[in-house]
Design a protein around this ligand. Sequence first.
Ligand code: ATP
Ligand code: MG
Length: 174
Amino acid sequence: MDTERAFYIGRFQPYHMGHHTVIGALSSEVDELIIGVGSAQRSHTVDDPFTAGERVMMISKALSEFSIPFYVIPIEDVEYNSLWTAHVRARVPTFSVVYSNNPLVGRLFEEAGIEVRALPMFRRDVYSGTEIRKRMLEGDSWEELVPACVAKLIHEIDGVGRIRRLAQTDTSMP
Ligand code: ATP
Ligand code: MG
């Protein structure tokens, strides 16, 4: 039988336990995974603090927990939705199925003739990039919402210091 290779995309700002739970379930359903790191060009803002390279590291470390072959590939935005699936397919290995709950992602791949499967959401109130970044800014605990190896990496790169600095304005400087 052919290898079933699946595509999953997110911004992963940061990679959290919601992503990790979904990917853990996927790894027993398909043979290989391709993780697209979306908005790859963005970093160093409050909403997109981490670079594509940092996000590749988070995902690669976390996925080594699962015994599934995977590729982690940064994908820059193209402000041209009708061309986006071609842009993705030019950058990643071939795949036969897309897992996504994002309506735009689902619709674009369906129109391109690719099977799209939906996924369950896990504790979306707290397993959420927006919630984690808010906690980092406000000094609340966030570590339990990401895999331990991701928390370690964010500490190593002083991710919390970065996000707090980025939230300042020049008028808050002495
Ligand atoms: P942000 O709040 O910054 O948008 P996010 O938590 O939505 O972050 P993304 O990187 O935008 O994370 O999401 C990538 C994919 O993961 C999306 O399709 C999203 O629906 C899915 N996802 C996000 N949180 C969860 C969760 N708790 N359980 C399952 N899937 C999730
Ligand atoms: Mg999101």
